[in-house]
Design a protein around this ligand. Structure first.
Ligand code: KG4
Ligand code: ZN
Length: 344
């Protein structure tokens, strides 16, 4: 089955077509970064309007790249939550209406399930049970994955998400929006050991996270410093190390307490090179496979929505005609999918 995937939950318009036999056929992404940069963060109403402007042209472009027409689609998947309600509604209304017009099934996809399943687009995908580390701008979660749709939350952040911590820390150091990747780039030029920040909540048992205190530590270090470029890079380096270390320590605990055969990392912060190196070293030490999607599939995209939607449609799930979105949506409530993972 060929499934069109639509992602509009935040500030990226993503479209892709996944074929259950041949894998990903085409994808297109439009980032609204330039639109929101002058405001220092995402402006929800502007995001919705821009999705309206870009979605149909991107769908046409993706179909053309795949050499297909609308009639070749067997289903339509769209992000139904969590996310910004207006932005979600653009993708949901377009996707649901398109599926109705084509007389094919539609499926609303959980954005974080999309992220979680993206590593399975690999030609040699890991098989459950595995532990998933979801690290995005809005979420930091460790999830026990026993099968597609069979998720148990092991731990999550009590305050800021890892990506949010990167973004806020970058902002307080005066870096332009979106801060996460900028801070990571700055950290590459930093020297190890000049600054040291704590590894929050690693001194007590449990798998929850807290990143807001780290941001305050950086703020104090930054305010007391000479704010030279080298000093900023040194601070960024120490901050990035603290986040990567904290995430890795909790991943190690999660892997040791369960029956997981692999660690799967997803979400925007999964593109971070320091975190990747730290987790790969952990995997080698524990003899556990560590899987990352390629960086472009870590951040928001239509491919992960097309893929997650294809798995659920193949298992017989579909939406009624109503256009429904869920700005807040607990992933643990999703139905399990009794299906082997199809070909990529
Ligand atoms: O998954 P994603 O694209 O969107 C959400 O669903 O939130 O993640 C975006 C987050 C942002 O906070 C961004 O700063 C962060 O991922 N991010 C990074 C890197 N690339 C993106 N954080 C650290 N290092 C990176 N290389
Ligand atoms: Zn995301």
């Amino acid at each position: 089955m060929r499934v069109l995937g639509i992602e509009t939950s935040c500030d990226e318009t993503g479209v892709a077509i996944h074929d259950s036999q041949r894998g990903l056929l085409a994808q297109a992404l439009y980032s609204q970064i330039a639109l929101h940069a002058q405001y220092g963060g995402v402006v929800p109403e502007l995001a919705s309007r821009d999705h309206v402007r870009k979605l149909l042209p991107l769908i046409r472009q993706t179909l053309a790249e795949a050499g297909l027409t609308l009639g070749d689609l067997g289903g339509v998947a769209y992000t139904a939550g969590p996310g910004l309600v207006g932005a979600l509604l653009v993708g949901a209304a377009t996707g649901r209406a398109l599926a109705w017009a084509l007389n094919v099934p539609a499926i609303g996809v959980h954005h974080m399930e999309g992220h979680l399943l993206a590593p399975l687009l690999d030609p040699d995908p890991p098989a459950p049970p595995f532990v998933a580390l979801l690290v995005s701008g809005g979420h930091t979660q460790l999830v026990d994955v026993q099968g597609v749709g069979d998720y148990r939350l092991l731990g999550e952040t009590l305050d800021d998400a890892a990506g949010e911590a990167f973004d806020k820390t970058a902002k307080l150091m005066g870096l332009p929006y979106p801060g996460g990747p900028q801070l990571a780039a700055l950290a590459e030029r930093g020297r190890a050991g000049v600054f040291t920040f704590s590894r929050p909540m690693t001194d007590r048992p449990g798998l929850d996270f807290s990143f807001s205190g780290l941001k305050t530590q950086v703020m104090l270090a930054f305010e007391r410093s000479d704010r030279s470029e080298q000093t900023c890079a040194d601070i960024a380096h120490a901050f990035q190390d603290a986040v990567a270390d904290t995430l890795a320590i909790k991943c190690e605990r999660a892997l040791k307490q369960g029956n997981a055969r692999a660690l799967v990392v997803a979400g925007g912060v999964g593109a971070n090179r320091r975190l990747r190196a730290r987790l790969l070293a952990l995997g080698e030490r524990l003899r556990v496979r560590v899987c990352f999607p390629p960086p472009e599939l870590c951040t928001d995209n239509g491919a992960m929505i097309a893929f997650a939607g294809a798995l659920r449609l193949a298992a017989g799930a579909s939406e009624p005609l109503a256009i429904t979105v869920q700005p807040r949506w607990d992933m643990a409530g999703l139905a399990a999918v009794p299906q082997p993972v199809p070909a990529k």
